[in-house]
Design a protein. Structure first.
Length: 383
C-alpha cells in the first residue's frame, strides 16, 4: 500500500511543471550562472588596458613578461584614450589602467641615474588590482635580478659565483595534500546540489497540507491502508525524487564542467544518506507546521540559512571562528564536506564515515519527530 501512495505521488509530480523548475531547472541555472562567473575570476579572460608611451624594446619586453606572469589579457589603448579610461575606472566600468611612461627604457638601463617606473591607475575595490600589483612586482624582481647579474658579470664574477649570488635564500617544496586542485566549480556543483535537495521539502509540505485540507488524509480511516503506510509511501515518493535530483545535478556538473566526482561508490552512499536526511527533516517539518505558509517560512530558513552556514555558497574557511563552530550543527555542512572530501581530497567511503554519521543522525532525528507527531497530524485532519 505504501508503494501505491508513492506511485500516486510520482504521477502527480510529473503533471506539475513547477516541480521540474524548482527541483531540476532552477539548480541547473544556478550552477551554470555561478559556475561560469566564479570559474573565470582571475583567469586570462579578464582584460587590463594599458598605454605604452615609451614604445621601446624594454617596454614591450616588460609588457610581454607581465602578460605571461599575471594571466590577464593586456589590451593596448591609444594615449588619447587616457582620460576616457580614467572616467571608466571612476564609474566602475574598468578595474585598472597601466601606463608605461616615456623614458622607461632609459630608467631600466640606468642612464642618467633615473629609475624606471610605471603608473597604475586603479579601483582599489576591484579584485583584479591586487593580483596585478603582485605580478608587476614579480616582473620588477626579475628585472632587478637581471641588473644585478649584469653588474656581477662586469665585475668579473664566474658563472658559479653568479649562480650562488642570485640563488634565493628560500626554496618552496610544494607538496599537495589533495587529489586534485579545487576551484570555484568544485564548490558550486556540490554546493547547489546539496542546497536544492532541501527544496524538495516545499513539495512535501504542499502535498501533506493539501491532503489534509481536502479531506484525503481523513478518508484514510475508511480504507484498508494504515496511517503509517501512508506516511511511508509519501516519504518513499520524495526520497526517490531527491535521489534523482542529486544524480541529475552531479551528472550535469561532470559532463558540462568536467567536475571529477571521485569514488562513485562513496558518492552513491553520500547521495542516499543526503536524500534520507533531507526528506526525513522534511517529514518532521510537515508534521509540525499548521499551514503551508508556516511550512514555507521554515523551509526558507532551513535552506538559505543552512546554505550560508554550511559553506554551500563559499568555503567555511572564510567564516569567523564562531560561525565555523555553528556550521557543524547544520546538515548542509556535513554533506558539502563529504562531497569535497571525495571530489577534491580523493577520499573513499571510509574517509567520509563521520559525515555520513552526522547526516544519518539528522535524518534519524527528523524521522523520529515525524513518527511522534504523526498521530497528532492525523487527528488534526479529522477535526
Amino acid at each position: 500500500m505504501a508503494l501505491s501512495i508513492a506511485v500516486k505521488e510520482w504521477k502527480l509530480l510529473l503533471k506539475e511543471k513547477g516541480t521540474f523548475f524548482w527541483l531540476l531547472l532552477m539548480p541547473v541555472l544556478f550552477i551554470v550562472l555561478f559556475g561560469s562567473v566564479l570559474g573565470n575570476l582571475g583567469g586570462s579572460d579578464v582584460s587590463v588596458p594599458y598605454i605604452d608611451l615609451d614604445k621601446s624594446a624594454a617596454s614591450q619586453s616588460f609588457l610581454q613578461a607581465l602578460g605571461e606572469k599575471s594571466g590577464y589579457k593586456l589590451v593596448e589603448k591609444n594615449p588619447g584614450e587616457r582620460d576616457d579610461q580614467w572616467s571608466r575606472i571612476r564609474d566602475g566600468k574598468e578595474a585598472a589602467l597601466l601606463v608605461v611612461p616615456q623614458g622607461f627604457a632609459n630608467g631600466v638601463s640606468g642612464q642618467g641615474g633615473e629609475q624606471a617606473s610605471v603608473e597604475l591607475y586603479s579601483d582599489p575595490t576591484s579584485q583584479t588590482v591586487a593580483p596585478l600589483k603582485a605580478a608587476i612586482e614579480n616582473v620588477a624582481g626579475g628585472m632587478r635580478e637581471s641588473k644585478i647579474e649584469g653588474a656581477l658579470k662586469a665585475a668579473g664574477e664566474t658563472g658559479e659565483q653568479l649562480q650562488a649570488a642570485l640563488a634565493s635564500p628560500l626554496r618552496i617544496d610544494d607538496k599537495p595534500q589533495v587529489a586534485s586542485a579545487g576551484n570555484a566549480v568544485t564548490q558550486v556543483v556540490p554546493g547547489y546540489t546539496v542546497m536544492f535537495v532541501f527544496f524538495v521539502i516545499i513539495s512535501m509540505i504542499r502535498r501533506f497540507i493539501g491532503d489534509k485540507t481536502t479531506g484525503m488524509t481523513a478518508r484514510l480511516r475508511t480504507t484498508r491502508m494504515t496511517p503509517i503506510g501512508y506516511l511511508l509511501g509519501m516519504w518513499l515518493a520524495y526520497l526517490v525524487v531527491a535521489l534523482a535530483q542529486c544524480s541529475v545535478l552531479l551528472a550535469f556538473g561532470h559532463f558540462a564542467y568536467d567536475v571529477q566526482l571521485g569514488d562513485l561508490g562513496a558518492i552513491a552512499a553520500l547521495v542516499i544518506t543526503l536524500a534520507v536526511c533531507g526528506t526525513g527533516i522534511g517529514l518532521a517539518i510537515c508534521m509540525l507546521v499548521r499551514g503551508e505558509n508556516q511550512g514555507m517560512a521554515f523551509t526558507q530558513l532551513l535552506t538559505m540559512g543552512g546554505a550560508v552556514l554550511g559553506g554551500l555558497w563559499f568555503p567555511v574557511e572564510y567564516m569567523p571562528k564562531a560561525m565555523k563552530t555553528v556550521s557543524h550543527f547544520v546538515p548542509q555542512y556535513w554533506a558539502q564536506k563529504a562531497f569535497q572530501d571525495i571530489m577534491v581530497r580523493g577520499d573513499h567511503l571510509a574517509g567520509i564515515l563521520p559525515s555520513l554519521a552526522a547526516l544519518a543522525a539528522f535524518a534519524a532525528a527528523g524521522l523520529l519527530v515525524a513518527l511522534l507527531r504523526f498521530r497528532g497530524f492525523m487527528k488534526s485532519a479529522l477535526d
